[in-house]
Design a binder for this molecule. Sequence first.
Ligand code: KE4
Length: 425
Amino acid sequence: MPSSDALFARALQLIPGGVNSPVRAFRSVGGAPFFVKAARGATLITADDRELIDFVCTWGPAIHGHNHPVIKAAIAAALENGTSFGTPNPYEVEMAELIVKFVPSIQKVRMCNSGTEATMSAIRLARGFTRRDKIIKFAGCYHGHSDSLLIKAGSGALTHGHPDSAGVPAAFARETIVLPYNDTAALDAAFAANPGQIAGVILEAYCGNVGFIMPDPGYLAAVRAVTAQYGALLIFDEVMTGFRIAQGGVQEREHIVPDLTCLGKIIGGGLPVGAFGGRADIMNYLAPLGPVYQAGTLSGNPLAMAAGIAGLRLLEALNPYARLDALGRQLRDAVLAAARAKGLPTQVPQCGSMFSIFFTATPVRDYTTALTGDAKLFARFFHACLARGVYLAPSAYEAGFLSTAHEGPAIDRACEIMSQAIAEL
Ligand code: KE4
């Protein structure tokens, strides 16, 4: 097996930046990315035969850990019958029934192949249903890379300093209003200034692409109220939080009923997937029933559906959310204790199996306060952890993820390593 360095040198010749997704490139933390040849449980095995405790979890999907035997067996069984049919298949129906069961606000759902497709399609559907053009998103929220949403975006866009991507026509950008998260006055003002023009508001109800940021008490209820008041659709982007924060996502934990919800990641069990769904009267605007077109060659792919169904049924059987929150609190407490001992101002927002680490004394509640975090210090912390065998997201503006496979030795070892890394800063 060629080394990571040899593989990266070859990749750089043929793949822009040597990666198929920018945030993997380590550009904001420095150094060259390692290549992974295998993953199991909480562990990545690199091309250099290093074993790393993984807190990226392939950016969220691996809530049961990598290569879980139940999911692996489900994929193998489906594979016996072929990889893709291009026709309706039984798996799609079972997936739709599971999603509707776990997320009651979703009366009808359409499968697609990525979170980007899900949010892009939900925006088009909101515009088609309301016959309005403007949408509202929030600074630092990332909803994938469709043109209307790559404005003041988080995740890799923010990581690499391009929150407003080149290539997005000004005419598109003008239809996207970007507001500060956790600011109800700004939201009220935007609606008052654009009466009858706003098709929808899309948000990460818990933000995972500007670090991890939770809403102020009452904020989500206020967003729900103002969208209902003005006839705009409320779109929860739960691509990351769906089935992770709770079985029914943030909307279950916060008791909010959005009009549309976007899903991805966990529902594909590690295979390519996305989904969007919500009120039936809205979803019925989709082709072939209605005038809003959306399609996909591999939508509802039997392997991805089989993997996702196995993962969702495992969540239903295990109900691991309290255990995942205990793991998250153990990590948070260890990092905060080490930071206090060091006299290092640090925030570790955490809910369930999602967390992030900001080196700042300022409580982080939106894009602006997230930027007060010391990104250079984070880069040093990232490498100090990596050198000791812990892999965090290679960006100060991502969320960390835990899985049930982190229970026991992995979380204990990781807390030791992260504490040592902070002491070394
Ligand atoms: P994908 O198109 O990457 O499947 O999903 C886009 C997306 C939509 N909505 C939310 C809330 C998301 O977090 C994402 C994608 N998340 C990033 C990680 N921050 C994916 C990792 C990457 O871009 O490489």
